[in-house]
Design a protein around this ligand. Structure first.
Ligand SMILES: NC(=O)c1ccc[n+]([C@@H]2O[C@H](COP(=O)([O-])OP(=O)(O)OC[C@H]3O[C@@H](n4cnc5c(N)ncnc54)[C@H](O)[C@@H]3O)[C@@H](O)[C@H]2O)c1
Length: 389
C-alpha cells in the first residue's frame, strides 16, 4: 500500500507535526506540511532549518542528509495542497470538534485511497473517524515527544478501521526506524494509561505525608532505576499537559477511581505553576532556589518503590487482561515510549506474581478503596502458578 514514493501530509506544524514531518522526510518521503496559522508554519520552517544545522555541526547527520531532508519537505498554505498525499497525519490542537471538521474537510480533497491518521494522545480514534464517510481509512498513529528522538509509535485502529490499512501503516512507520506497537482504541492507549500510577501513586504517597517529593523521586531513581522521579517528570512535562491527560483518561473511564487526578497537582495548574517552563511547579526552579534534599532512608524508599511498582504492574496487567495490547507490546511501549528500566510484565515475572498480588492486597485491605483493586488476571495467574513470559 505504501512505498518510499508515498507522499506524506502533515497537518499542524507545532511540536509534534514538525517532528513527524522531519522523521518522514528523513525516511526519504516527500512531505507536505500544512498549518492554518501562517506564523506557526514559518516558525516550523525556521526551527527545522536551525535544528538540522545543529545536527550537522554536532556531526549527527551529514550535510547531504540535511539537504535531502530540507528538499523533501514543503510547507504549504492551503489544505487543498494535500490532495496528492497517500497518508496524512494530523497533529493539530487536541480538540475533538476541530479534528472532526478537519477530517471531514480532508475527505473532500484527497483521493479515495488516501489514509488519514491522527496523532491524538487522548481522543477516541473511532469518534474522529465518525466524521468521515470512509471511516475504514482512519486510524491513530501516535508519536511521542520529541518525535525525532522517541522511538515508540502506537498504532491504533478504531472500530471501523480496515485491518489491512492498520497493518500497512504499521509497516510504513517501522520503515521509518520507529518501534511500533498495536493498541486498541481505549483512553490513553497503552503508554498514557499504564503510566498513570507512576504519577498518581507518587502524588498519593506525598499527599498522605508518607514521604516528601524529593524522597519519592529519589526512591524511584535510586532503588527503582527509573530515569526521573514522578515530581521532576511532571514538572518537566508541564502540569497543563500531565494533569490534563490524567483528567481526560479518568473522565473517559467513567470516573474510575483508579485514574482519579490529585488535587495537589490541580492547584499547581490553577496557580499557573506549570513546572520547569514557568519556573515553578512542585519544585522551585528560580536561580537562587535550593534543591531540597531527599531523606535517603532505604526502608522508606523500598516501601515507596514497591507500592508504585505494584500499581504500575497492576495497570499493565489490566491492559493485557482487557485485550488492549499484547504483553510484548505493553512492555515495549513502556520501555521505548517512557524509558522505563524494564517491561512491567517482565518485572512482575521476576518479582513473582504472588509478591505483586500480596502488595496490592495489603493496599486494598488497608484503604478499602476501589482504586487498589487487583487485576483479575494477576489473581488468576497466582492460582494457576503462571507467568507472563
Ligand atoms: N506535545 C506532546 O507531548 C504530544 C505527544 C503526543 C501527541 N500529541 C498530540 O499531537 C497533537 C498536536 O500537539 P502539539 O503538542 O504538536 O501541539 P502544538 O500546539 O504545538 O501544535 C498544534 C498546531 O496545530 C495548528 N492548528 C490548530 N488548529 C488547526 C487547524 N484547524 N488546521 C491546521 N492547523 C491547525 C496550530 O496552529 C499549531 O501550530 C495533539 O493532538 C496532541 O494531543 C502531543
Amino acid at each position: 500500500m505504501f512505498s518510499k514514493n508515498s507522499i506524506i501530509g502533515v497537518i499542524g506544524s507545532g511540536a509534534m507535526g514538525s517532528g513527524i514531518a522531519q522523521v518522514a522526510a528523513s525516511a526519504s518521503h516527500n512531505v507536505l506540511v500544512y498549518d492554518n496559522n501562517q506564523n506557526a508554519l514559518a516558525k516550523a520552517e525556521n526551527n527545522l532549518k536551525s535544528g538540522l544545522q545543529k545536527l550537522v555541526e554536532k556531526q549527527k547527520i551529514s550535510a547531504e542528509k540535511q539537504n535531502e531532508i530540507l528538499s523533501n519537505i514543503q510547507f504549504v498554505h492551503e489544505l487543498t495542497s494535500l490532495s496528492s498525499c497517500h497518508l496524512i497525519i494530523e497533529a493539530i490542537v487536541e480538540n475533538l470538534e476541530v479534528k472532526k471538521s478537519v477530517f471531514s474537510e480532508l475527505e473532500k480533497i484527497v483521493s479515495p485511497n488516501c489514509v488519514l491518521a491522527s496523532n491524538t494522545s487522548s481522543l477516541s480514534i473511532t469518534s474522529i473517524a465518525g466524521a468521515c464517510a470512509k471511516s475504514e481509512r482512519v486510524l491513530g498513529i501516535h508519536f511521542f515527544n520529541p518525535a525525532t528522538l522517541m522511538p515508540l509509535v502506537e498504532i491504533i485502529g478504531g472500530i471501523a478501521s480496515d485491518e489491512n490499512i492498520v497493518s500497512s501503516a504499521k509497516k510504513l512507520i517501522d520503515s521509518w526506524e520507529k518501534v511500533t506497537v498495536i493498541a486498541k482504541d481505549t483512553p490513553g492507549f497503552i503508554v498514557n494509561r499504564v503510566a498513570r500510577p507512576f504519577y498518581s501513586e507518587a502524588l498519593r504517597i506525598y499527599e498522605e505525608g508518607i514521604a516528601d517529593m524529593p524522597t519519592i523521586d529519589w526512591a524511584m531513581k535510586e532503588i527503582g532505576g527509573f530515569k526521573m522521579g514522578a515530581f521532576e517528570l511532571m514538572d518537566l512535562i508541564g502540569h497543563d499537559v500531565n494533569y490534563v491527560v490524567t483528567e481526560t483518561v479518568w473522565k473517559q473511564f467513567y470516573f474510575d477511581p483508579k485514574f482519579k487526578p490529585a488535587l495537589s497537582q490541580k492547584r499547581l495548574l490553577e496557580a499557573g505553576f506549570l513546572g520547569r517552563k514557568s519556573g515553578r511547579g512542585f519544585y522551585n526552579y528560580a536561580p537562587d532556589a535550593k534543591i531540597p534534599e531527599p531523606k535517603k532512608d532505604v526502608e522508606l524508599g523500598n516501601l515507596i518503590f514497591k507500592r508504585i511498582l505494584a500499581m504500575l504492574i497492576n495497570e499493565a496487567a489490566d491492559t493485557l487482561y482487557l485485550n488492549i495490547a499484547s504483553a510484548a507490546d505493553i512492555d515495549l511501549a513502556m520501555t521505548k515510549g517512557v524509558n522505563y528500566p524494564k517491561g512491567l510484565l517482565r518485572w512482575a515475572d521476576e518479582l513473582g506474581i504472588e509478591t505483586v498480588v500480596n502488595e496490592l492486597n495489603a493496599l486494598n485491605h488497608f484503604y478499602e478503596e476501589d482504586r487498589y483493586r487487583t487485576s483479575p488476571i494477576l489473581k488468576k495467574m497466582v492460582n494457576e502458578k503462571k507467568k507472563f513470559y
